[in-house]
Design a protein around this ligand. Structure first.
Ligand SMILES: NC(=O)C1=CN([C@@H]2O[C@H](COP(=O)(O)OP(=O)(O)OC[C@H]3O[C@@H](n4cnc5c(N)ncnc54)[C@H](OP(=O)(O)O)[C@@H]3O)[C@@H](O)[C@H]2O)C=CC1
Ligand SMILES: Nc1c(N[C@@H]2O[C@H](COP(=O)(O)O)[C@@H](O)[C@H]2O)[nH]c(=O)[nH]c1=O
Length: 375
């Protein structure tokens, strides 16, 4: 962006930081941050979209700025919205506040909200888009992917030994990764709208699946929806830790499953079985979650369910925690993903590597584009 002043670039970077505070709280909306500079380039207002249904980032920043916004510049991570949803249009609020210039990072791809830039320009405001667009888009990765694909963004996470195993031969798996890695996973849980495990994991581990972050109170942590994919309704029983009431829970069962023992214990969603394979239809599961406003999913395994998601091309990003541990026997990180020969291998692009305590965290994205959803 040739014309943005350094003070504007710095303010946009700050707006991206502010936007991230909304992660896990805003679905089905994006995360958005905004900084208002006065006519001398001084920061006079900051804001971020804190929760769905609440005020947008621009409104918070304009309120903080008050009269000092007049003649100033607003830096926004997403094109200001143009529509009246649960709140009024931000483009009009910026015009009413007397803002002279608006710089945004990423265009709004949703048909209902788009058009804010045009409205602002028609009101005589100097408008520019694209400043730090890649950084801002990365911060909104889940929401932008969900808009594009019409299903939630899926991040598959696993913790494996150096020889690629996620449990020992007897099924024990706690713990393979270090406390530092596990703390990192809890941050991923808090940023996700839903955490998913299969019935095998529910049976073997009786997981709790909530976000637990030391130093933060319960009010400060956004709890994900805990989802168990259990076609026969046999893995989750009264007393299971996912039913502890500390976070919402959803049990996905087959349309014909006998789930009478779960009635009154947890909400159920009935889904069609997978065509030609075990378990439930992955596209139907993702559609059901999308309809419940879930835009980002953390898939926590186990290997059988992860294989099914990969086969359905429904994994957008992979985070593997590799621990310096050897087991020699036990299940591999991923089960059958429908790949039978090397030419079909799912190759990934490593986007980040990081040491976490003794472990190595590898973040990667599949090179092959995800297929459109099918049933
Ligand atoms: N280290 C790590 O990161 C992790 C380790 N683990 C370990 O993994 C082991 C459990 O793995 P696993 O048995 O593979 O369990 P999964 O959690 O992958 O559950 C598999 C089951 O999910 C159900 N399912 C529902 N829909 C589908 C579908 N479309 N495709 C396939 N399965 C589906 C099936 O059961 P049904 O037909 O009954 O619905 C299937 O048997 C445990 O030892 C656990 O400790 C687990 C998670 C993470
Ligand atoms: N074993 C293993 C993991 N296992 C995952 O964590 C779940 C347990 O979650 P909770 O009961 O909430 O603590 C378990 O069911 C499985 O999905 N995760 C990791 O980061 N590292 C590990 O070594």
């Amino acid at each position: 962006m040739a014309t943005a002043a350094p003070v504007e670039t710095a303010a946009m970077r700050r707006a991206i930081e502010l936007a991230a505070r909304g992660l896990g709280h805003t679905s089905p909306n994006p995360v958005v941050g905004c900084v208002v500079l006065d006519s001398h380039g001084r920061t006079v207002g900051e804001g971020w979209h804190q929760r769905a249904g609440g005020a947008h980032a621009e409104i918070h920043a304009l309120r903080a700025a008050g009269e000092r916004a007049r003649g100033g510049t607003a830096l926004v991570t997403l094109e200001p919205c143009n529509h009246t949803g649960r709140t009024g249009p931000c483009a009009q609020a910026l015009i009413d506040a007397g803002i002279a210039r608006v710089v945004y990072a990423v265009s709004d791809p949703t048909p209902t909200a788009t058009g804010g830039a045009v409205t602002l320009a028609e009101a005589g405001i100097d408008v520019e888009g694209g400043l730090l667009a890649d950084e801002a888009a990365a911060g909104n990765e889940a929401w932008l992917t969900a808009v594009l694909r019409g299903r939630p963004f899926v991040l598959w996470k696993y913790a494996a030994t150096l020889d690629g195993r996620i449990a020992a031969a007897d099924g024990t798996s706690r713990w393979i990764s270090s406390p530092e890695s596990r703390a990192d996973v809890h941050r991923l849980r808090a940023a996700a709208d839903a955490v998913i495990v299969g019935s095998g994991t529910a049976r073997a581990d009786d997981p709790q699946l909530g976000a637990r972050i030391s130093g933060l109170t319960d009010d400060e942590i956004s709890q994900p929806l805990r989802v168990v994919v259990d076609s026969g309704a046999t893995a989750v029983r009264p007393g299971a830790r996912v039913l502890d009431g500390t976070a919402p829970t959803l049990i996905a069962v087959a349309e014909d499953a006998d789930a009478t023992h779960l009635e009154g214990l947890a909400p159920l969603v009935r889904l069609p079985r997978a065509a030609g394979g075990p378990g439930l239809s992955i596209p139907a599961l993702l559609k059901a979650l999308y309809e419940r406003d879930v835009r980002s999913v953390l898939l926590e395994g186990g290997p059988t369910l992860a294989g099914a998601f990969l086969a359905a091309r429904a994994v957008d990003k992979v985070v593997g925690y590799l621990a310096p541990v050897l087991l020699g026997a036990g299940p591999a990180a991923v089960g059958d993903a429908g790949i039978t020969t090397l030419a079909q291998a799912l190759r990934l692009d490593v986007t980040d590597t990081r040491r976490l305590g003794p472990d190595l965290r590898i973040t990667a994205t599949p090179l092959r584009p995800a297929l459109p959803e099918e049933n």
